[in-house]
Design a protein around this ligand. Structure first.
Ligand SMILES: C[S@@+](CC[C@H](N)C(=O)[O-])C[C@H]1O[C@@H](n2cnc3c(N)ncnc32)[C@H](O)[C@@H]1O
Length: 229
């Protein structure tokens, strides 16, 4: 269900999924800004005093976005919802349109209360973005009314950049139906997997880093206890 390895290798045999809901690496500006925040002495010149772990996976470029979308768009029967930083939104939009999909204006995920870090982007704006697209056909063109964004707390996670379970559950409910096969090729700590299974969907995904894969499989094996919600 969660395969260990790069999606390019370990999900190559997956012919078709109902939806791709994912949280790939963000752009270099976000990753670099995050690292600048770590390098500073806490409190120096008003610097961020919050504890921050470094990001242990590589940042993405527009070429990564293009490779990813061109591989998954033909294999995705329904919606694609990809979380990203503002600097890569245009790359996602262009790649999804090139694949013949209808692309919407990026939806914000707004998380008030995080420490403002005046470098990079990410938490300095309290917002990241979800680029959503659908095939140009029914039933996806008559899907219904959906939220124009998501807002709420972002609790700390075992994987840097991990997303809150409530958010991934809301996205799963909004863009898939019961029984659908949801794919997340960037599993991280497994939030999308837990969200999909807890909402009655099926799941397949990949994670390249063994330590993240271990966290995700442990989380799934632990079952859906009340504390996870
Ligand atoms: C932002 S994190 C995902 C966090 C996840 N949404 C969560 O809530 O924990 C991105 C993940 O993608 C993984 N990754 C990066 N490139 C990958 C690839 N080519 N194949 C599979 N996983 C990859 C990284 O190791 C990292 O765990």
């Amino acid at each position: 269900m969660i395969r260990l390895g790069r999606w390019q290798d370990v999900l190559a045999d997956v012919d078709m999924v109902d939806a791709v809901i994912c949280d790939p690496p963000y752009g270099a500006k976000t990753h670099d800004g995050h690292d600048v925040g770590i390098a500073r002495t806490p409190g120096e010149n008003g610097a961020d005093t919050s504890v921050r772990r470094s990001i242990n996976y590589s940042a993405w470029t527009a070429d990564d976005v293009s490779e990813f979308v061109s591989s998954w768009a033909p294999r995705t029967r329904g919606w694609m919802a990809c979380m990203t930083s503002h600097d890569l939104c245009v790359a996602y939009t262009d790649a999804m349109e090139a694949a013949g999909r209808y692309v919407f204006a990026p939806l914000p995920f707004f998380s008030p209360g995080s420490r403002v870090r005046l470098s990079g982007d990410g938490p300095s704006s309290w917002t990241c973005w979800i680029v959503v697209s659908r095939p140009r056909c029914e039933p996806f063109s008559k899907w219904g009314t959906l939220p124009g964004g998501y807002a709420g707390p972002s609790p700390s996670c075992e994987v840097v950049g991990g997303k809150p379970l409530w958010l991934m559950q809301a996205i799963v409910r909004d863009y898939t139906r019961a029984g659908d096969l949801v794919c997340d090729p960037f599993v991280g700590s497994g939030t999308t997997a837990v969200a999909a299974l807890s909402e009655g969907r099926r799941f397949i995904g990949a994670e390249a880093m063994p330590e993240h894969h271990t966290i995700a499989t442990r989380r799934l094996a632990a079952g859906f206890t009340p504390s996870m919600f």
